[in-house]
Design a protein around this ligand. Structure first.
Ligand code: CR6
Length: 838
């Protein structure tokens, strides 16, 4: 560490050097240096990617002072938030870092003066797709806010070699392509091989008496894997704080290789290496459904064990007692994926550090907090006892012990209530026996939260009802939020500029300031500017669509967009029913004075989710017919944009007029796309589901297009016996739409292709599309009418943006910090600098 230099240096820039200097000349020479010394290229032979890498290193150099000083600051006995998540969908890093460092303009100038286009270099970056959708992106927004709010934090997760697959559409079907995001290297991460930890698997546990005659247990594994941390800096917005995202990669333990090698089993040793490294190869591409694969449990245990061992090591390096663990760390479990942490921390404390059970349990419960992200029963994680015990024999024992102690308390409170006991148990014994991860998370945490008000209320009434009755004090709500830095400043520079011109730039970190736009909604010239910006942004998206898909869309038409994972509960097919209704109306009355629309879809389907893939096929099939029908030309277009990801989201959200948030009430825990759209000035058509409820509350019912059954009505109708076929029979327009699909009109006469989808709607319709159809269609008609009054539409759009303050992830993080983590900001001073440091 730079101890001898420490006293002689001050945070001011001493020398304008290549690694820290910010003058255009220095930036240009840094870029050239990095191209030569890191990429090993002359300008003449360098590819665009080489230039991108050189630029990325140039930027990384300029954030290292903040990063290292942040880490240094946290060694001084401050409470650190550890966000444990199997997914972090952080998106491209370059522009975000430029913005947060406040050097975008300078870098652009330096790049352009070097004869390059910044935009082209930006487009070289492969985004780390280390998540499926909302949950992983939420984790990324939260890291951004933690740093911006100067709260000490570490994100712990998995460094998947292959992230979420790239989606291609061939003949209307989704095809999955492996995501080789690391193939050209990742300039944003730094490997820390010296900080590796060991993670055990399998084997058995051994009970023994230690030297003092105390009864103890040790775990004799049959396999050990090395976890190597890779760190990525997460810089806050214009602050010194740069927290760390620490992702773990699995590697083989060398001594194991050696052992096998020595007995001549070279191939055996190689096999062991491959098996170990497989652990962090691939992200499971499922959103909301569990697959129960053994490798997935291995991944979960692997990263959680790495994280907890890392925390213990950090703590012990500061010479603070391990018994204060819960005062030093607040560990958030992002869904049940890291819930095994409860048993792992108990094992580390009791078995390895010899703390007695009760004390260890006190520490554990006060350390963890648990966020639930879904009410869907198919997403509740449980592991067969046999599999669990084979992989984690000691943890199974610990879970039994936790369960026994917990159920004793339950019995005390509810004597003779066997139903209660079996529902609260950490073990599901109704058939094959399972470990229930949500129950483990609830018992082992001091706080439990849902992700929107409605969701938290439903949790208390349904899936976690018994837990709520047993410890109501643990429950709280924290409504999700999104970071305005990425989802406005970065992705919508035009609107950012206009807003900042009018109300200053404080809104970027205090989103409530957007309220100041309210009065401007009445200013005709402001509305004109607002509309102009939306128009230009739509033009950009139209150009992208034309280039990528060769489809011409009219930027003057209403851009009606639904982008998110494809799932039946999200009801993209309800949207399609409207598209076809719209089409039929146009076909029946060629002169119909209709508001022209462009229907845009995007999203990935889990590779094994047949119905979701069929929905994509339906969208593309409808698009092919509609877009080639001269009768409707210029009045409607349908587009499926392939490979929806963070990068594309940044293009798409700002270009929307209408945001489709149309899940069956009670199914979408929160949604966060709904927030990104509204923040960028789209109006929402939506059900009373998830955070839609709160968005509507904030923006005002008159600025939101509400339709559909409420959660109570959904439950009521289900209970009374829902008969979708009756809706079909009694609604001529709906019947015409369904019959048109069934007739093979969209499938070259193939009447079987969409049969599974249609039969499902007519005879099951779990997500009640047919019940909500008429209300949806009527509301869409209101949207069309409203869009004709452009002045009023613009007013509504401005008011939506002005009232989105609540949905900043800064607000969510402040709530977690106060209600759950009990942590305070710790500003970072740039004290310890390397020579030439700024
Ligand atoms: N799929 C919810 O479905 C929520 C995010 C983040 C989800 C979604 O409504 O906004 O989490 N749930 O809280 C899970 O992933 C289990 C999601 O992204």
């Amino acid at each position: 560490m730079n101890a001898p230099l420490e006293d002689s240096l001050t945070p001011q820039i001493r020398v304008e050097d290549d690694r820290t200097g910010l003058s255009i000349t220095t930036l240009r020479s840094a870029l050239a240096d990095n191209l030569f010394y890191i990429q090993g290229k002359f300008p003449g032979t360098a590819t665009k990617n080489d230039y991108y890498m050189a630029l990325a290193y140039t930027v990384r150099d300029r954030l290292l002072q903040r990063w290292l000083n942040t880490t240094q600051t946290y060694r001084k006995n401050v409470k650190v938030v550890c966000y444990l998540s199997a997914e972090f969908l952080i998106g491209p890093q370059l522009v975000n870092n430029l913005i947060n460092l406040g050097i975008y303009a300078k870098i652009r100038q330096a790049v352009e003066e070097s004869g390059l286009s910044l935009q082209e270099l930006i487009e070289q970056e492969e985004e780390p797709g280390l998540g499926n959708g909302g949950l992983g992106r939420l984790a990324a927004c939260y890291l951004d806010s933690l740093s911006t709010l100067e709260i000490p934090a570490i994100g712990y997760g998995i460094r998947y070699e292959f992230g979420i697959f790239d989606q291609e559409i061939r003949d209307g079907w989704q095809v999955e392509i492996t995501d080789k995001w690391l193939q050209y290297g990742n300039p944003w991460e730094i490997a820390r091989p010296e900080e590796y930890v060991e993670v055990k698997f399998g084997g058995r546990s051994e009970h023994y008496y230690d030297e003092k005659g105390n009864y103890r247990v040790r775990w004799i594994p049959d396999r050990v894997v090395k976890g190597v941390p890779y760190d990525t800096p997460i810089l806050g917005y214009q602050v010194n704080t740069a927290n760390t995202l620490r992702l773990w990669k699995a590697e083989a333990i060398e001594s194991f290789d050696f052992q096998a090698f020595n007995i001549g089993d070279y191939y055996g040793a190689v096999d062991a290496k491959i098996v170990s490294e497989n652990l962090t190869k691939i992200l499971y591409p499922n959103d909301e459904v569990i697959q129960g694969k053994e490798l997935r449990l291995q991944q979960q245990y692997f990263f959680v064990s790495c994280a907890l061992q890392d925390m213990i090591r950090l703590l012990l390096s500061t010479e603070v007692s391990l018994e204060t663990f819960h005062q030093q760390f607040a560990v958030q479990l992002n869904d049940t994926h890291p819930a095994i942490g409860v048993a792992e921390l108990m094992r580390l404390l009791v078995d390895e550090h010899r703390i007695d059970w009760d004390k260890a349990w006190h520490i554990t419960q006060n350390t963890f907090a648990f966020t639930n992200h879904t009410l869907l029963p198919e997403a509740l994680e449980k592991w067969p006892i046999e599999l669990f015990g084979r992989l984690l024999p000691r943890h199974l024992e610990i879970i039994y012990e936790i369960n026994q102690r917990f159920l004793d308390r339950v019995r005390m409170k509810y004597p003779r209530d066997l139903g209660k006991l079996s529902r609260l148990s950490l073990i599901d014994e109704s058939g094959e026996r399972y470990v229930r991860m949500a129950n483990l998370a609830c018992v082992g945490s001091h706080a439990i939260n849902g992700v929107a008000e409605l969701h938290t209320e439903l949790l208390k009434k349904t899936v976690l009802k018994d837990f709520y009755e047993f410890f109501p004090e643990k429950f709280a709500n924290v409504t999700n939020g999104v970071t305005p830095r990425r989802w406005m400043v970065l992705s919508n520079p035009r609107l950012t500029r206009l807003i900042t011109e009018k109300i200053g730039d404080r809104w970027i970190t205090h989103l409530d300031d957007l309220r100041k736009l309210e009065t401007l909604a009445d200013d005709a010239s402001f509305r004109q500017q607002w509309r102009q910006i939306k128009q230009e942004t739509k033009g950009d998206l139209a150009a992208y669509i034309r280039k990528k898909l060769d489809i011409i869309v009219d930027p003057k038409s209403l851009f009606d967009i639904q982008v998110k994972r494809i799932h039946e509960y999200k009801r993209q097919h309800l949207n399609v029913l409207h598209v076809i209704t719209f089409y039929n109306r146009l076909k029946h009355d060629r002169d119909l004075d209709i508001t022209p629309r462009t229907f845009i879809f995007g999203g990935k389907a889990a590779p094994g989710y047949f119905m979701a893939k069929l929905i994509i096929k339906l969208i593309v099939s409808v698009a092919n017919i509609v877009n080639n029908d001269p009768d409707v030309r210029d009045r409607m277009k349908v587009v499926f944009i392939p490979d929806f990801n963070v990068t594309l989201g940044q293009r798409i959200y700002p270009a929307a007029d209408l945001s489709e948030q149309i899940s069956t009430a009670g199914k979408e825990a929160s949604g966060t796309g709904n927030m990104k759209f509204a923040l960028n000035g789209a109006l929402t058509i939506g059900t009373l589901d998830g955070a839609n409820v709160e968005i509507r509350e904030e923006v005002g019912a008159e600025n939101f297009f509400l339709f559909g059954l409420t959660t109570e009505e959904v439950y009521g109708l289900k209970a009374r016996g829902y008969r979708p076929f009756d809706y079909y029979n009694q609604n001529a327009e709906l019947k015409a739409v369904i019959d048109l699909i069934s007739s093979g009109f969209f499938s070259h006469g193939d009447v079987d292709l969409f049969k599974p989808l249609i039969d499902n709607l007519l005879y099951r319709d779990d997500y009640m599309l047919l019940a909500d159809y008429q209300s949806y269609i009527d509301t869409q008609e209101k949207v069309s009418q409203a869009y004709r009054d452009r002045e009023n539409w613009t007013r509504m759009s401005i008011l939506n943006v002005a009232r989105m303050g609540k949905f900043s992830s800064d607000r969510s993080i402040r709530e977690y910090a106060q209600k759950i983590w009990k942590v305070e900001p710790v500003p970072v001073e740039l004290l310890q600098l390397c020579p030439g440091g700024q």
